[in-house]
Design a protein around this ligand. Structure first.
Ligand code: DAH
Length: 339
């Protein structure tokens, strides 16, 4: 009997040895260790033995069973580990491989200037307001103190859709819209956006361009507040060594009105000035129409051309570059605000 058991054990162990997959291992387990497996059937043979031989036989069968179980367990560990290694190998990602190159766009240079100015003014407590490009004559002109027959309308000839509606000539109507919305409350806003004028396009003129309007209304606003806001903006945009020069001017919506020049160093080393924007203290009529008592409230306003800022900042020789979308031009403004 012992011999049979030894053979059985050797056969089981040698089969286990040759097994190469977890499936085959299961087949061997069933063959030897399941209820009807060879080793379990050996246990059944106990009944056929005389009483005195049973303990010794049982002990040997148990021993064989344990040995085969142990060998099976070890083989299983090895095969499972090998399977794990294989799947790791298959699903392995080489992180050192260069990735796909995506085309990296960037924001338009005009958007970069607008966002820069928005950031600056938002940091000083201003909010950003917007208005429609298709505007009512009422807001574009009348609320800005330009009656129907005002001669200053000539300077802002534009595209009319009908008698009443036009493509706005400036961002100033957003002043009127915001004043009415704020119902007499103090306000601090900037309003960026596109504007239109009937113009023949050339290197310095475009029938469509971009402005940023500024408006602050509060009690006790003086010209000094306006100068401070403008100098802060100019130095932020062009550098701390810059100065501004104010020249008396005329706008129907401000009184007094100024044109603002920014200083620059000429080729010969002397200081020159270039005009960059219009500004002034809000005209009492504009305050009144907007729902503010000019005896109590004062305001300052300014309107700056975004193209003009970008042209000076980046030395651009033709305003049309902003609209023709030549990728060689636009690529020069990458890296500032990547998207
Ligand atoms: N709206 C004027 C223009 O387009 C610019 C301007 C001048 C705006 C003075 C202002 C201002 O708010 O106070 O020519």
């Amino acid at each position: 009997m012992n011999e049979t058991l030894t053979k059985l054990k050797d056969a089981a162990l040698s089969k286990l040895n040759q097994v190469e997959t977890l499936n085959d291992l299961e087949t061997v387990r069933v063959e030897y260790l399941s209820k009807k497996g060879h080793i379990s059937l050996m246990m059944g043979k106990l009944r056929d033995l005389p009483n005195e031989e049973r303990p010794a036989f049982g002990q040997i069968v148990n021993q064989v069973k344990q040995e085969v179980e142990q060998a099976l367990y070890e083989k299983k560990q090895i095969l499972e580990y090998a399977a794990l290694l294989e799947s790791l190998q298959k699903e392995h990602i080489d992180v050192t491989l260069p990735g796909y190159q995506f085309y990296q766009g960037s924001t338009h240079p005009l958007t970069q200037v607008i966002e820069d100015i928005e950031d600056l003014f938002m940091g000083m407590g201003y909010t950003v307001e917007e208005g429609p490009e298709l505007e009512n004559d009422h807001y574009n002109f009348e609320m800005m103190n330009l009656d129907k027959d005002h001669p200053a309308r000539d300077m802002q000839d534009t595209f009319f859709v009908d008698e009443q509606m036009l493509l706005r000539t400036h961002t100033s109507p957003v002043q009127a819209r915001t004043m009415l919305k704020m119902k007499g409350e103090p306000l601090k806003i900037i309003c960026p956006g596109k504007v239109y004028r009937r113009d023949d396009d050339d290197p310095t003129h475009s029938h469509q361009f971009t402005q940023i309007e500024g408006l602050v209304i509060d009690k006790n606003i003086t010209f000094a507040h306006l100068k401070d806001a403008l100098l802060t903006m100019v130095r932020h945009l062009f550098g701390p060594e810059r100065n501004i020069r104010l020249r008396p001017s005329y706008f129907p919506f401000t009184e007094p009105s100024v044109e603002v020049d920014v200083s620059y160093v000429k080729k010969d080393g002397s200081i020159g000035y270039i005009e960059i924007l219009g500004a002034g203290l809000v005209h009492p009529n504009v305050l009144k129409m907007g729902g503010y008592d000019p005896e109590v409230y004062k305001g300052f306003a300014f309107g700056v051309g975004v193209e003009r800022i970008a042209i000076l900042k980046y030395n651009i020789d033709d305003i049309r570059h902003f609209y023709t979308n030549d990728i060689r031009f636009l690529n020069q403004f990458k890296g500032v605000n990547k998207i």
